[in-house]
Design a protein around this ligand. Structure first.
Ligand code: PLP
Length: 393
């Protein structure tokens, strides 16, 4: 079984490029160029150098001793929270801004949910001196205020998305509309492993540095490259895609994906796509998405802005359908408790998205000798107000 994209842009039945005519030249240019550009020695050199000196990679693989004692298994945290700008999102934006430069683009647009991708995009635009416009749902602008301020300080324009649930899906719709209206000079930096081919594959390749590092770091610490399990949360699926990438075809590595169950899978307020999703088309790709019987997209809900999305990327839809990955759905309450537990046991305040991945420790029993690597996708600074409100701190 092949879990990577095929030459037509599909993962099994999922993926492809379902786009309006106006976007065809842009997406086709990207499809023809991205692998060539990524293989160029000067591109690779600049990408690697920026990841090292600007982002601060490699991110540590940290053995979480007290957490391991509590759950009676060996837990390592992949510390993407320590990256510049506070999450894994910067790995992808560094890669895509270099691709945009190679393609001669002058204007950058992006969508953002938690604001981490927006901040990471505003950051690389400042770094390269390019104009930056970030679309963000009105609800997310309110719940992720510190990141909105950061984007503005970095010189970006933040445009609110006022339709639908006023969250990530609606911000993505606005960004696609902008791209249709500005097809020539604009590059759309998609922030997750979603969108029309080649985006899911391109984003996954940029994020795959996460599992590339886990392999050699684990070899140093445990004497073997492969853990027993890798665990990551899933919004659209970019930190998960990067964490899983080099383990997809290693059958001894269990792959665990964690999505948001919001107020409960069947509460009508969730983003549990693997449980509730049906095959459909969203934002340019065929994937699993939450929809009504007549095909209208269901408004998603999660306390975590980054997981509040009605679909998953096509790679993850394929991993779910084939059973290669085990999917868990974690409620707001369980995620918040897991986040607080990490604060108390390890002195690390995680992003609420990452807290969902941590909550799996309560849902799945690991063996004492298991090595479990959890991707800590981001830090919790942006979520402080949510934590304060939730715990009445
Ligand atoms: C810290 C963090 N983790 C996870 C996610 C979810 O995105 P993805 O599934 O693309 O990794 C986000 C999205 O904003 C995020 O900010």
């Amino acid at each position: 079984m092949l879990y990577n994209v095929d030459e037509k842009g599909y993962y099994g039945q999922f993926g492809g490029a379902y786009i309006p005519e106006m976007l065809y030249p842009n997406v086709e240019e990207l499809r023809q160029q991205y692998l060539k550009i990524m293989a160029e020695p000067d591109f690779k050199a600049e990408f690697d150098q920026l990841l090292k000196d600007y982002v601060g990679r490699p991110s540590p693989l940290y053995f979480a001793k007290r957490l391991s004692e509590k759950y009676n298994t060996k837990i390592y945290l992949k510390r993407e929270d320590l990256n510049h700008t506070g999450a894994h999102k910067i790995n992808n934006t560094i890669g895509q801004i270099l691709v945009a430069k190679k393609l001669g683009k002058k204007r950058i647009i992006a969508e953002t949910g938690a604001g981490q991708h927006g901040v990471a995009t505003a950051t690389v635009c400042a770094l390269m001196g390019l104009e930056c416009i970030v679309y963000m749902g009105e609800i997310d602008i309110a719940r992720q205020a510190p990141n909105v301020a950061r984007m503005k300080m970095l010189g970006a324009t933040v445009r609110p998305a006022l339709s639908g649930s006023r969250t990530l899906k609606d911000a993505t719709n606005e960004a696609i509309r902008d791209w249709i209206n500005n097809p020539v000079d604009t590059h759309y930096i998609i922030g997750s492993a979603i969108g029309p081919h080649p985006y899911p594959d391109m984003v996954t390749r940029f994020q795959s540095v996460i599992s590339e590092e886990i392999k050699w770091q684990l070899k140093e610490k445990e004497g073997r490259e492969n853990p027993d399990y890798v665990v990551a949360c899933i919004g659209g699926g970019s930190n998960a895609a990067g964490t899983f990438y080099h383990f997809l075809h290693e059958p001894e590595v269990g792959i665990i994906a964690v999505e948001a169950a919001g107020k409960g899978i069947h509460s009508g307020h969730s983003a549990a796509t693997s449980k509730l999703g049906k095959v459909g088309i969203i934002h340019g790709c065929k994937t699993l998405l939450m929809q009504t019987p007549d095909g209208q997209i269901t408004e998603p809900y999660s306390i975590s802005a980054g997981l509040d999305y009605p679909g998953v990327g096509p790679m993850h839809a394929h991993l779910a359908e084939t059973g290669r990955a085990e999917f868990f759905s974690v409620t707001d309450d369980d995620a918040m408790q897991a986040g607080l537990e990490l604060c108390k046991l390890e002195g690390i305040i995680p992003a609420i998205e990452s807290s969902h991945a941590l909550a799996v420790l309560n849902d799945k029993k690991f063996k004492p000798e298991d090595v479990v690597v959890i991707c800590l996708s981001g830090r919790g600074d942006k979520d402080l107000n949510n934590y304060i409100e939730y715990f009445k701190i």
